[in-house]
Design a protein around this ligand. Structure first.
Ligand SMILES: [Fe+2]
Length: 299
């Protein structure tokens, strides 16, 4: 005599819950309470995912093979797990959680994999390109606190891809280009030459690229210029500015775009005099203004 279907389903549900309960209990004696909380939360959500999606054994084996591939392709210059975190929105969500909104303060976004310590210093008005190919872009603004007061001497780190969509660290050799740091003046004002940002793909020749292809997603990042701004008494800001009107703004591969970070890059006709008198010949160039508002430290 076969049992009623409802009873079989109830028995199956009970078995699955029993597995979950045993795994949760195995972490009950974790000495560090924070680690206990994190591990039990991870287990609860992982099991909820497995049960909700009814993951097959073949699919789980595929997931493990994917992570194995991600490990194999990762080395000192290539970090596939950061890419995975980025394309799943986990990087952006972690930033969002840990940089609570402070009214008027500039919003944070992802650091990305291409920041490097030890960038060259440029004076105010200097050129961060250091020979990287691209259209010149004049960037200026003021660093302020949330009360609107200038933040004197703030340190700004800036970096970006060149016209070929590549960062210096993706090229052969150790030459640094399209990155620098500079210091705002006594009124928090800063200015420098950079390159008009262009779109580029995140590295997509590995497992994360295959994941994007299989899910009909683009590896392209919306054009942007990275900033890291620090000053005593202020919360460090890691952010980008994005190019207003760019068609990739709505489909950024790593979910880094915030509406407030989209800036107008004004294209200047060839021959338009540069703000600092730099001779640009008949080259086109652009300019953008970005005022940075830093939240108080500890917020
Ligand atoms: Fe970037």
């Amino acid at each position: 005599m076969s049992e009623p279907p409802g009873e079989a389903a109830a028995e199956q549900d009970a078995r699955e819950r029993e597995v979950l309960a045993r795994v949760l209990a195995s972490f009950a004696d974790t000495p560090d309470p924070r680690m206990r909380t994190v591990m039990q939360s991870l287990v609860r959500h992982l099991h909820a995912f497995l049960r909700e999606a009814r993951i097959t054994e073949a699919e789980w084996a595929q997931a493990i093979a994917f992570l194995t591939d991600a490990g194999h392709i990762t080395d000192a210059r290539r970090q596939e797990f950061v890419l995975l975190s980025d394309v799943l929105g986990a990087s952006m969500q972690t930033i969002t959680i840990n940089h609570p909104a402070v009214a008027a303060a500039t919003e944070a976004t992802v650091l990305g994999p291409f920041f490097v310590q030890g960038s060259p210093h440029v004076e105010l008005g200097g050129d961060i390109a250091f020979g990287a190919p691209g259209e010149p872009c004049w960037v200026q603004g003021q660093v302020l606190d949330t009360a609107g007061r200038p933040v004197p001497g703030a340190r700004l780190e800036v970096w970006e891809a060149d016209d070929d969509g590549l960062y210096d660290v993706q090229r052969e050799g150790d030459r640094l280009s399209a990155r620098a740091h500079l210091f705002a003046d006594a009124e928090g004002r800063y200015r420098f030459w950079a390159l008009t940002p262009t779109p580029y793909p995140i590295p997509h020749d590995g497992p994360v690229g295959r994941l994007l292809a299989a899910t009909a997603r683009s590896p392209m990042r919306a054009p942007h210029l990275h900033f890291k701004v620090a000053a005593p008494g202020c919360r460090e800001l890691i952010t980008h500015i994005f190019v207003d009107g760019d068609p990739l703004l709505g489909s950024d591969a790593v979910f880094g775009v915030r509406e407030s970070l989209i800036k107008r890059f004004e294209r200047q006709a060839p021959g338009t005099p540069a703000p600092d008198g730099r001779p640009l010949g008949d080259a086109a160039w652009s300019r953008v203004r970005f005022d940075v508002v830093l939240a108080p430290a500890g917020r």
